[in-house]
Design a binder for this molecule. Structure first.
Ligand code: C2O
Ligand code: CU
Ligand code: CU
Length: 536
């Protein structure tokens, strides 16, 4: 059933299925941190106190709202969207930088160590809550769906920015509604800088360009979400057209010098295999959790939903008048009963142009690529308290829905095996070896499965290693040369047949946090769980 992204039909359509109970539970207001528009600016009590009580002095205060709007996406017409806008109430006015002419939310520029307050007003006709993807913040500041506020509601965030310099983002996180809300336009970038980065000769200002890549389908001027109903939910929504920063056929005129290109895959489900069309290797500066130790190169970069890389692009020896094109190369898409690509006009694994860079002027200076970027401060594997029996999370379909260890989302519940001790370091293994077909509506015996970009809230993790089974190997080899596993990560793509081992510290904030697949349709269906960090 085709649906308009700005309606609640997605939600209602689920109410006749086996996941209805979970979805309904998700809409029960949870938690005590909702602050109504008429009460104080203080975030109210939560189950675990933040380290710094809210309401004190902050370095910057921002009013952030989500609201329905119409913006120009297709030339000469406007499209209904839901979007964020923000305004600096106190502090450096450059903290908030709108992306011109885009439905995307403004970019937030934070300095590590800053204390920030964000007052979120929800003016869309749906419940919502904002999550700061990749940031390590207390549980009641993290945008967990139990804190979702209704239309007209307000939520006050206060936290200290304590992430490494790099590219992060923010988006809604109400349970069952994240996919349609992000699709309708609700997402923006968070760029963090720190002293380590400030000391480097990296391109700044106009030479530092964000590239938020998303795919969308239009019916006339309006966005269409899930045109194939349940099929699109099972596979993940794939749009027909590619947008960068909210624009079709995106073009970024550049000068003959180096640039920093901050790439976010802000798509609901599409995986990109990014490369320069002329075969120049990509130079990578950052992964999800900030600057790498040293720049690395890849022939192409595989970027699953929510993953980020900052690229260093040098146009210094390009002739003026030439155009370089960033493309997504074809790859063998995971198949689920032959459906993958069967329903999308632009199938997963198809090749296409992403953005073009016409070289239009001579630069009088450039920034050289630094040899060394940062000290990542990685943990050692023998710090892991579960080194002999790592936690395993199996990604599989069961009873017609996507599950983590056979379970779907419950608003506040955790299983015994989802409780972690505060102060420890652990190994988690994501196993995408359950196949796509654990029974249920897709039938059996078709093999395969889908790729799942697995995300953990809270502290960033390191990727220890990966392995691939024989059935999955051929498809895997068309993307694995583009994995960038050298830096801190919060989201990792796990291909069918693949096992990924990650190492993570649980040493900052205790409490209830999420881990989930970042294919937003999978997340909305319940391929998401809580884990709880308990202090002893
Ligand atoms: Cu980007 Cu739990 O999300
Ligand atoms: Cu997140
Ligand atoms: Cu998934």
């Amino acid at each position: 059933m085709p649906e308009h992204p700005l309606s609640r039909r997605t939600f209602l359509a689920l109410s006749g299925t086996g996941v209805a109970a979970l979805v309904v539970a998700a809409c029960t207001p949870g938690g005590g941190a909702i602050v109504s528009t008429t009460t104080s600016m203080l975030a109210a009590e939560s189950t675990t106190p933040s380290t710094v009580p809210p309401g004190g002095p902050v370095d910057v205060e921002i009013a952030l709202r989500a609201f329905p709007d119409r913006v120009e996406i297709r030339p000469g017409s406007t499209t209904d969207v839901w979007r964020y806008a923000a305004e600096v109430i106190q502090g450096d006015p450059d903290t908030v930088e709108p992306i011109a002419g885009s439905y995307l939310g403004p970019t937030f520029r934070f300095q590590r160590g800053q204390r920030v307050r964000l007052v979120f007003d929800n003016e869309i006709p749906d419940e919502s809550i904002v999550h700061w993807h990749g940031l390590d913040v207390p549980e009641d500041m993290d945008g967990h769906p139990r804190f979702a506020v209704p239309e007209g509601g307000r939520y006050v965030y206060e936290f200290t920015v304590d992430n490494r310099a790099g590219t992060y983002w923010y988006h809604p996180h109400p349970h069952g509604r994240t996919g349609p809300q992000v699709y309708a336009g609700m997402a923006g970038l968070i760029l963090i800088s720190d002293d380590e980065e400030d000391a480097l000769t990296l391109p700044r200002g106009e030479f530092d360009i964000p590239l938020v890549i998303q795919d969308r389908t239009f019916n006339g001027d309006e966005l269409v979400y899930l045109p194939n109903g349940m099929m699109d939910r099972m596979i993940g929504f794939l749009g027909d057209e590619i947008l960068v920063n909210g624009h079709l056929n995106a073009e970024f005129p550049v000068a003959t010098r180096s640039y920093r290109l901050r790439v976010l895959n802000g798509s609901n489900s599409r995986i990109y295999k990014l490369a320069w069309s002329d075969g120049t290797p990509l130079t990578i500066l950052t992964t999800d959790g900030g600057l790498l130790e040293t720049p690395v190169t890849r022939p192409y970069v595989t970027l699953g939903p929510a993953e980020r890389v900052d690229l260093w692009a040098d146009f210094a020896s390009d002739e003026i008048g030439r155009t370089r094109t960033l493309v997504s190369l074809p790859f063998t898409a995971p198949q689920m009963g032959g459906m993958m690509g069967g329903t999308a006009a632009l199938p997963l694994g198809a090749g296409f142009d992403v953005a073009s860079f016409p070289i239009d002027s001579a630069a009088d200076s450039s920034d050289p690529l630094p040899d060394r970027l940062s000290n990542p401060g990685f943990a050692a594997v023998d710090e892991a308290v579960n080194i002999d029996s790592p936690r395993v999370v199996t990604l599989a379909m069961a009873q017609g829905t996507w599950t983590l260890n056979g379970r779907t989302f419950q608003m506040t519940n955790v299983a015994e095996e989802e409780i972690v001790t505060h102060g420890t370091t652990e190994i988690w293994e994501f196993h995408n070896t359950g196949g796509g077909m654990g029974g249920g509506m897709m039938g059996g015996g078709m093999g395969g499965g889908l790729a799942h970009p697995m995300h953990m809230h809270g502290q960033q993790f390191q990727i220890l290693d990966r392995s691939i089974d024989n059935d999955g190997r051929a498809a895997w080899e068309t993307v694995s040369g583009g994995y960038v596993d050298d830096g801190w990560k919060d989201t990792v793509l796990v291909m069918p047949g693949e096992k990924v081992r990650v190492l993570r510290r649980f040493t900052t904030f205790p409490g209830l946090f999420l881990y989930h697949c970042h294919i937003l349709e999978h997340e909305d269906m319940g391929m998401m769980r809580n884990f709880r960090i308990d202090t002893t």
